[in-house]
Design a protein around this ligand. Structure first.
Ligand SMILES: [Zn+2]
Length: 454
């Protein structure tokens, strides 16, 4: 998409959206249209009273209204909007709405970077807005890429295709390619390293698992500021702890975390981040099959702990655990952020609007909270509870991967992950509820993560 400054010349046959803010009670309206000589003008009225309370509703309404203007050249008139944060919210909602999304039909796959169209910005202070608009465009490009991968079917966007997508993306963009080091850790290497916890999830699949690793060095220090680890379960049937049929519907989104971290690092690189970052995405299906892991199996993790499998559907924490150990062994990062569609309990507790956040470090949590608020993405802090450690004790191994006891239900999965954090600064984001809505991915947290690592 091309963003242009409004010039004093004739723009014919364009649709213009004139935004107004007010403190009247109606929080949003999109129904008044007028026609001047050249263009059709829609007036969009946004109430800024109780802005923080209403902003999610405003975002939803804007996305709905603008989805009908996909791939059209438009004029956005911000002359009557004073607050930069409101302009950012409107602009972001529009970019989200006009994204191309994954559709596979007889007209073939749509061009992922979108059909070229123009957005002309009419404002009295373009100079002030320009930096923000350019940055939003970059962020939303990666939100869009992330959603595209998540919406894609698991038989097409499998581990190999996922990796090839990023190799292809970097080959398309020379400037970005020079900044990012990309490697695919193949199954054989994972075996040699003894990452058996991760590999156990792959045992039921006919497609060998892969782990995508991308590095970006934005400063000359020898340390990694952020290691991002994203759960990449291409499709989660639950394995032998199989999910009921209707619970499998959204399980193509179980690779959302992988898609988010891989796109976030590209976004940060394109914004010339001054941080050193690594993104790690373990990718596999979790299926049943003659060799699939069994309830009762014991596997040794990459950091040497024996884990009894009590639930093959609690597989996300297994791939994350070994990927986190990989991050620690290879990079010794200052901060670890993992993101995953991890648990149904978080989905039940938080619904679709909030991402659950767990952290062992106040500074890291508070910084991320601030960064996510700037992006209008809501997170809610949930507790790490030491009682869960008791529940995860095994009679035959160091620990088990799950427990039917939901007394401390929300905190069991992060308590398991904490066993692999080795005291590092850590933020765990559970997007089980927020990653998809009505069977469409949201690309949530791409922007917030870019914002903290940029
Ligand atoms: Zn699962």
């Amino acid at each position: 998409m091309e963003v242009l400054k409004y010039e004093n010349k004739k723009y014919s046959n364009l649709i213009e959206f004139k935004f107004n803010t007010s403190t009247y009670n109606t929080f949003y309206s999109f129904d008044i249209e007028t026609k001047n000589k050249e263009n059709l003008i829609y007036e969009v009225n946004i109430c800024t009273k109780n802005y923080n309370k209403n902003k999610n509703r405003i975002i939803r309404e804007l996305r709905k209204s603008f989805s009908q203007f996909k791939n059209k050249d438009i004029i956005l008139n911000f002359e009557n909007v004073k607050e930069l944060k409101v302009i950012k919210l409107i602009y972001g909602a529009i970019l989200f709405a006009v994204d191309t999304s994954f559709v596979l039909n007889k007209n073939a796959i749509e061009n992922i970077d979108g059909i070229e169209y123009k957005t002309i910005i009419k404002t009295n202070n373009y100079k002030e807005l320009e930096k923000m608009l350019v940055e939003e465009n970059i962020k939303y490009k990666y939100v869009s890429n992330s959603r595209y991968l998540q919406d894609g079917p698991p038989n097409i966007i499998d581990a190999e295709c996922f990796c090839n997508f990023f190799i292809w993306k970097l080959n398309q963009n020379k400037a970005l390619k020079d900044k990012i080091k990309i490697k695919v850790v193949e199954k054989e290497e994972l075996e040699e390293r003894g990452m058996d916890l991760m590999l156990s999830v792959n045992k039921g699949s006919s497609k060998p698992m892969k782990m995508l690793v991308m590095e970006y060095m934005g400063n000359t220090k020898n340390t990694i500021d952020y290691a991002l680890v994203g759960k990449g379960i291409i499709m989660d049937s639950g394995g032998y702890s199989i999910k009921p049929k209707w619970s499998q519907i959204d399980m193509k989104f179980d690779m959302a975390g992988a898609s988010i971290v891989a796109n976030a690092i590209l976004g940060a690189a394109e914004l010339n981040s001054n941080k050193n970052i690594v993104a790690i995405a373990p990718l596999t299906e979790n299926l049943v099959g003659p060799s699939a892991s069994l309830v009762g199996d014991i596997y040794k993790s990459y950091n040497g702990k024996f884990v009894e499998i009590t639930n093959t559907d609690a597989e996300g924490r297994l791939v994350l655990a070994d990927a986190i150990t990989y991050a620690i062994k290879e990079y010794g990062p200052t901060n670890i952020i993992d993101i995953a569609t991890l648990t149904g309990v978080v989905k039940m507790a938080m619904g679709a609007n909030y991402t659950g956040a767990f952290s062992n470090n106040e500074d890291l949590y508070n910084l991320f909270l601030e960064k996510s608020q700037e992006e209008n993405e809501d997170i809610w802090r949930l507790p790490l509870q030491q009682e869960c450690k008791e529940l995860l004790k095994s009679n035959v191994a160091d620990l088990k991967n799950a427990t039917p006891d939901l007394t401390y239900g929300l905190s069991v999965a992060p308590a398991f992950l904490e066993e692999f954090i080795e005291g590092n600064n850590w933020l765990h984001l559970d997007i089980a509820g927020s990653s998809a809505l009505h069977n469409k991915s949201t690309g949530v947290m791409v922007k917030s993560i870019i914002n903290i690592i940029k």
